[in-house]
Design a binder for this molecule. Structure first.
Ligand code: G4P
Length: 564
């Protein structure tokens, strides 16, 4: 995946030696520099119910992007009632798409890459993380690490992006903070540096102590509001003893001392390398701790940096525009049967109506009608900078991982395929509808709605749908029927795990006959092994330790996938 030079506060020149000063001159160069320095982009990873929607809403309140608490949730409800947008979403009452929320806070422009709430769509979340420069891991204080958070953490780990941890719901009884921190260190192998530390929890939650300033920030129950004015005072202040029970303060200070005695130092380098996570405690619902978190996040997060491409590292300050597509979404507005491709800008300045090259096809494309999407609202974008995400109208030209560029050819590394967990034959019961069936399956694969695998027996021509969650399969069936007029039938295969054979077909053939697994080919004709359970996978590992198996497929570039 993208590998970036991490030099905090400084941008690295592009390896191709091109000047970072563009033909447009110094003033536009300066504007671009300022825009990049101002930008911070991140995605939130969490298990359902940890409070992602609540936190998102509070962050948007701080940014002035929404005016009242409840607006994000209310939007969802209103949408379900009044809009005919995406029938399936309505039926399920869940959000299955993700977009970007941009807002200004102080001197910064923040891009929050919103990810689907439902875990069945985590493949979409994985791809969104490919476009994020930072991630925020949100935990419920009573639950600690949960399955979905663990999975998403692994995706962050692949790219080693900076990870910030916010332990939420401190106003409710939770686990011991030391235990929560220890769990992250032990299970994820990630060093923790608590930036603030809680005083009490649940009914006795009194606030947090900022570790660097030794200021206590007091929690006042029952306060909600736009920007809670947090009461702050030094831990040495004698008034604190009147406001907080002595034993709670004593315990927090003692634990802080323990933390100071052990563990690593907080350095920008360790955060930016993804080796150390700054940890915060708060309560998103009561808006407590969100402001201190946001302030520290902006201080410590990574700005848009140079990214690796076929032409070396591309500096965000390069005068030439470039970016890559990380997500496709069809039929956001069924009346127009539209398709939107989400582009992460990596370098240069994007301008409305500009003509850029499409690296995969070599064609020039006019990027007209670029959009910024805020929930379901859209506005036309005139300009966008590195770190931003824009929605482009996609007349079937763009696929996930595609690069768009101006000037010298560049191609970003693309987005890998993540290991699916559900597999099903897709049958088309009506042979006369094969044309629509083929068209639909190819389009949905290209959009990344689902992965498509094929049997190694050429006689078995039905595609195998491979997904992370069951809902993905339902979306495929729904879309085939409603958009392509083809009702289909699913036949589960009963496998739960997939691994790519890194040595390709020769490595697989060298093994001879295999038991308890099935070999299939992916859309790039690479061998994939399917297993019924992890025990069968371990067994193969044991029998053939020399066989390389990967849970994430390497990125393919410059090759067209097999179409049905
Ligand atoms: P999600 O997007 O991660 O799935 O979580 P969401 O924000 O929807 O929050 C899940 C539930 O947890 C919500 O309650 C929400 O109000 C609650 N919650 C979020 N943050 C906090 C917090 O800091 N403290 C406490 N006590 N609760 C919190 P719900 O009952 O499911 O919904 P609602 O009735 O509040 O709308």
């Amino acid at each position: 995946m993208q590998d970036r030079q991490r030099t905090p506060g400084r941008f690295v020149g592009s390896s191709d030696g091109t000047s970072t000063t563009g033909p447009a001159g110094d003033s536009s160069q300066q504007e671009q520099e300022q825009a990049v320095a101002r930008r911070r982009n991140f995605a939130i990873i969490s298990h359902p119910d940890a409070g992602k929607t609540t936190l998102t809403e509070k962050l948007l309140l701080y940014g002035g992007a929404i005016q009242q608490a409840g607006a994000v949730r209310a939007r969802g409800e209103q949408r379900r009632v009044t809009s005919d947008w995406m029938e399936l979403e309505k039926q399920r009452g869940i959000s299955i798409t993700s977009t970007v929320l941009q807002f200004d806070y102080g001197a910064h422009t923040i891009n929050l890459l919103d990810t689907p709430g439902h875990q069945d769509f985590s493949e979409d979340t994985y791809r969104t993380l490919a476009a994020a420069d930072n991630a925020v891991m949100l935990e419920d204080a009573a639950k600690g690490l949960e399955p979905q958070t663990r999975k998403l953490f692994q995706v962050c780990r692949l790219r080693r992006i900076p990870l910030f941890t916010l332990i939420n719901k401190m106003d409710r009884p939770g686990r011991e903070p030391l235990e929560l921190v220890d769990e992250i260190e032990q299970e994820l192998g990630l060093l923790c540096w608590p930036v603030n530390w809680p005083v009490g929890s649940g009914d006795q939650f009194r606030g947090v102590i900022d570790r660097r300033s030794r200021q206590a920030i007091l929690f006042r129950r029952g306060e909600r509001g736009r920007q809670a004015r947090e009461l702050e005072m030094s831990v040495e202040d004698p008034r604190l003893g009147e406001l907080v029970e002595e034993h709670l303060l004593h315990q927090a200070l003692e634990e802080l001392e323990l933390l100071d005695g052990a563990g690593a130092d907080l350095t920008l380098e360790a955060v930016h390398q993804g080796d150390l996570t700054p940890v915060f405690f708060g309560s998103a619902m009561t808006n407590f701790g969100v402001h201190p978190f946001l302030k520290a996040f902006l201080e410590l997060a990574l700005p848009p940096m140079a990214r690796t491409s076929s032409a070396g590292r591309i500096d965000p300050l390069s005068s030439q525009f470039s970016g890559f597509i990380f997500k496709l979404q069809a039929n956001m507005d069924p009346r127009h049967r539209d398709r939107v491709a989400f582009l992460r800008v990596c370098s240069g300045t994007f301008e409305r109506d500009m003509v850029a090259h499409h690296a995969r096809s070599g064609k020039a494309v006019r990027l007209s009608r670029p959009q910024k999407l805020f929930g379901q609202d859209r506005s036309v974008v005139d300009r966008a900078y590195p770190g931003d995400v824009i929605g482009l109208n996609n007349p079937g030209v763009f696929a996930i991982g595609d690069t768009l560029y101006q000037g010298r050819k560049v191609e970003y590394e693309g987005i890998p395929c993540f290991s699916p967990e559900i597999f099903s034959w897709l049958h088309n019961p009506n042979p006369s509808a094969f044309k629509g069936f083929r068209k639909g399956v190819n389009a949905l694969r290209e959009e990344g709605t689902v992965q498509i695998l094929y049997d190694t027996d050429p006689g078995k021509r039905n595609p195998i749908l491979a997904a992370v969650g069951q809902l993905q399969l339902e979306v495929v069936q729904h879309r085939l029927e409603h958009d392509y007029g083809v009702p289909t039938r699913l036949e589960p295969l009963g496998f739960t795990t997939a691994r790519w054979v890194t040595g390709g077909w020769p490595a697989l053939e060298a093994l001879g006959r295999l038991f308890n697994c099935k070999a299939v080919r992916d859309s790039w004709n690479r061998p994939v092994l399917l297993f019924k359970n992890s025990w069968n996978l371990q067994q193969l590992h044991g029998d053939h330790p020399e066989l390389g198996l990967a849970a994430v497929a390497p990125v393919v570039s410059g090759m067209e996938p097999i179409a049905l």
